[in-house]
Design a protein around this ligand. Structure first.
Ligand code: NDP
Length: 481
């Protein structure tokens, strides 16, 4: 690993690489080998303080004066540089998080796409004129929020960061980023790209550290103007409480327990392939994972037979070997997933595949994809987000029952409906409580589609043009002529 081009074990604040105020660092690990991978600066309150001050100063500096079209050109240059460094970024992401190289490459391309997409929007963010008669001129401005904070999880470290950072910058804000302490490397590489492209100091600041320290300091900071958080529901709740103290707006992307609803008239092979992809991608560590299979009772047998055949064929191993599924991100995540499996079994859910470590992989946080059959809708494994490759299969007899099972859950992120009957598909889509509904496919990554949750899956929308609205505030100006 010595020939890896690692970023410095420092924070990136005000355009400079600085040590943690405490002088401390921590280690990040390769989950496929359990071996240390790199060092990162261990940030806390003092580091966050410096970063927020730098971001505030940058608002009135060169960045604040840049024309929107120039901001757009800068963001486009970032997207091109990300693509130029695709292989290096993908390798680091794979080593830090465990994901297969092909997936890491796709996420890096998606990262570049966010910057490209919002680059094109930077000079098209404008207000409107409101007709109030000849005696008055009334119009609105869309102004940046100011300093935006981004608390990023470990499952798609660079891609999820870009999802909120690119629209925030396109709208003229500055940013302070706190990556997960488990996967700090690619955010620092992105900071290197910003530095290389001569970004004005303080526009992007990256502070590494742990959630309870650096994360909490950022969430509760009085001088941030907006907070984007992606992660678990309990932490999302804490972050929201901290932001509420200072009346700061938050965008929360939280968990999911999303259903694939498969009717008897569906194309079975497509449905099985999508079910596989929906749960094995990133080892199931996706808020959008399709972790509930609702299958019409009459096709349960052929569906399960096809799915089992695919589960047995899945290639599992270290992400650098470009397998189909890598390890879980950490020992803690391995324990969490194992714990969910134990609870499910203790409740009487029946494992028909997986549930344990693959025999050929004694080291690393590997787990077999796991299929629970005959799951009742109120069981733990049907209600709780596992964040691992664990499927819960429940059967239904008609449309109404499928809808009730699908909606009877605290989450509402994604749903997939598989049927040849277009009327039924659209009826289901309109009644499903989810931020995205896919018909005859499951979740896709398109950066143009608004993405976000109903219910405890969060609120606000990322992706698409609508995301820009979170990072601007409207000012109305009324003129008496
Ligand atoms: P968390 O929600 O705890 O962490 C997400 C981010 O928040 C990380 O950057 C974390 O930092 C930070 N953080 C943690 N505590 C605080 C705090 N008090 N204030 C501010 N920021 C904080 O997720 P976990 O890593 O613990 O994963 C647990 C579960 O969360 C998973 O099993 C899964 O269910 C869910 N999850 C959902 C994700 C999604 O995309 N919706 C993504 C990741 C997790 P650090 O990691 O450095 O502690």
């Amino acid at each position: 690993m010595n020939n890896l081009n690692l970023p410095p074990a420092k924070h990136f604040i005000n355009g400079e690489w600085v040590d943690a105020a405490s002088g401390q660092t921590f280690l990040t690990y390769d989950p496929a080998t359990e071996q240390p991978l790199a060092e990162a600066a261990h940030g806390g309150v003092a580091d966050v303080e410096q970063a927020v001050s730098a971001a505030r100063r940058a608002l009135s500096g060169a960045w604040g004066q840049m024309l929107p079209k120039e901001r757009g050109r800068f963001l486009y240059a970032v997207s091109q540089e990300i693509l130029a460094q695709r292989e290096e970024l993908a390798l680091l992401e794979t080593l830090d998080s465990g994901k297969p190289l092909t997936l890491a490459r796709r996420e890096v391309e998606g990262t570049a796409r966010y910057f490209e997409y919002y680059a094109g929007a930077a000079d098209k963010i404008h207000g409107e004129q409101i007709p109030l008669g000849r005696e008055r001129l009334d119009f609105t401005l869309r102004e940046p929020m100011g300093v935006t904070a981004h608390i990023v999880p470990w499952n798609k470290p660079l891609n999820i960061l870009a999802r909120s950072l690119a629209p925030a910058l396109a709208a003229g804000n500055t940013a302070v980023v706190k990556p997960s302490e488990q996967t700090p490397l690619t955010a620092l590489k992105l900071a290197q790209i910003f530095a290389r492209l001569d970004c004005p100091p303080g526009v992007l600041n990256v502070v590494n550290g742990f959630g309870e320290e650096a994360g909490a300091a950022l969430a509760g900071h009085t001088a941030i103007d907006h907070l984007t958080f992606t992660g678990s529901v309990p932490t999302g709740r804490e972050v929201m409480k901290a932001a509420a103290e200072h009346i700061k707006p938050v965008l929360l992307e939280l968990g999911g327990k999303s259903p694939l609803i498969i009717f008897a008239d569906a194309d079975l092979e497509t449905a099985v392939a999508e079910a596989m992809r929906g749960i094995t991608i990133n080892c199931g560590q996706m808020c959008s994972a399709g972790s509930r299979l609702l299958v019409e009772a009459s096709i349960r047998q052929p569906f399960v037979a096809l799915l089992l055949a695919q589960l047995r064929r899945l290639r599992i191993g270290p992400g650098v070997e470009d397998v189909e599924m890598g390890p879980l991100v950490s020992e803690l995540q391995f324990e969490r997933v194992s714990n969910h499996i134990e609870i499910a079994q203790s409740e009487g859910a029946e494992i028909i595949y997986g549930g344990e470590r693959p025999p050929h992989l004694p080291r690393g946080y590997f787990i077999l994809p796991t299929l629970f059959d005959r799951v009742l809708p109120d069981m733990h494994i049907a209600q709780q987000e596992v964040f691992g490759p664990v499927l819960a299969l429940t059967t239904f007899n008609d449309e109404e029952e499928a809808l009730n099972i699908a909606n009877n859950i605290p989450y509402g992120l994604i749903a997939g409906v598989f049927t040849q009957n277009i009327s039924r598909a659209l009826r289901m889509a309109s009644r499903l409580q989810a931020g995205q509904v896919f018909i005859n496919q499951y979740y896709t990554e398109d950066e143009e589609m608004p993405f976000g949750g109903y219910k405890q899956s969060g609120f606000g929308r990322s992706k698409g043009l609508v995301a820009l609205h979170h990072y601007t505030q409207i000012k109305n100006i009324a003129v008496k002529l």
